[in-house]
Unconditional design. Structure first.
Length: 229
């Protein structure tokens, strides 16, 4: 009788000793997270003027997006040889950072990776009601070709749309959708291939990805899925 490799998943250093060992990729049940605060907007330097002056004032400005959020962190865990109902391992192996695998985030508590396929930018815009004329819509975010294959136990997703991260980052986010290819938020997941690399701040991490969020004052709840190689 053969045994496939299963993983107890750990996200951001939290050991997850839950159920779900039947599937090779499963939703995590706990997250330890620290938020980076939103900008405190302050005015640029002033200009002194008086009546009769005409000033050529070239301005440069940046504003914080209200459509996207980011995650990064480390993944630790074990590959185990265990009967589903047992609390004991016949054998286990420590997961080595950089060994590979995937991290995905979805608003869906039960995203199906069976038959998953590449998402389209237009459908992401529809799901989150993004205006296609905005500079930070999905078309202008997932604009860098396609990702390397995302290999799940339930199948491989090829040519997923890609957003290449900036700064010092070694990572990219891949947009996928379930087999229905719908336009509801729960039809999508945002994934990255795990590795031991640098995030946008030049800090060593195991993964980094971005996800769409509701514009305005609303919030999103994301659930994480991890498959260890």
């Amino acid at each position: 009788m053969g045994f496939s490799k299963k993983a107890i998943f750990v996200l951001l250093g939290v050991l997850l000793l839950g159920s779900g060992l039947v599937m090779a990729i499963d939703r995590t049940t706990g997250v330890t997270a620290t938020d980076y605060q939103r900008w405190n907007v302050t005015p640029d330097s002033g200009d002194v003027t008086e009546g009769g002056n005409i000033t050529n004032a070239d301005l440069t400005a940046s504003t914080l997006t209200d459509k996207w959020a980011g995650y990064f962190g480390n993944v630790t865990g074990m590959l185990i040889l265990r009967k589903n109902s047992d609390g004991w391992d016949l054998y286990n192996w420590t997961y080595a950072p950089g060994a590979g695998g995937e991290v995905c985030a979805s608003t869906n508590t039960a995203f199906s990776f069976t038959g998953a396929q590449a998402a389209t930018q237009a459908n992401i815009n529809t799901a989150w009601s993004f205006d296609s004329t905005d500079a930070d819509d999905a078309v202008d975010t997932f604009n860098d070709g396609t990702c390397y294959d995302l290999v799940f136990a339930q199948g491989t997703v090829q040519n997923a749309i890609k957003a290449t991260h900036m700064g010092y980052s070694d990572y990219e986010t891949c947009g996928i959708t379930d087999s229905d290819g719908g336009t509801n938020k729960n039809d999508f997941a945002f994934c990255t291939n795990m590795s031991q690399g640098k995030n946008y701040l030049n800090v060593s991490v195991g993964y980094e990805l971005i996800v769409p969020t509701q514009e305005g004052t609303g919030t999103e709840t994301y659930y994480f899925y991890v498959e260890l190689a």
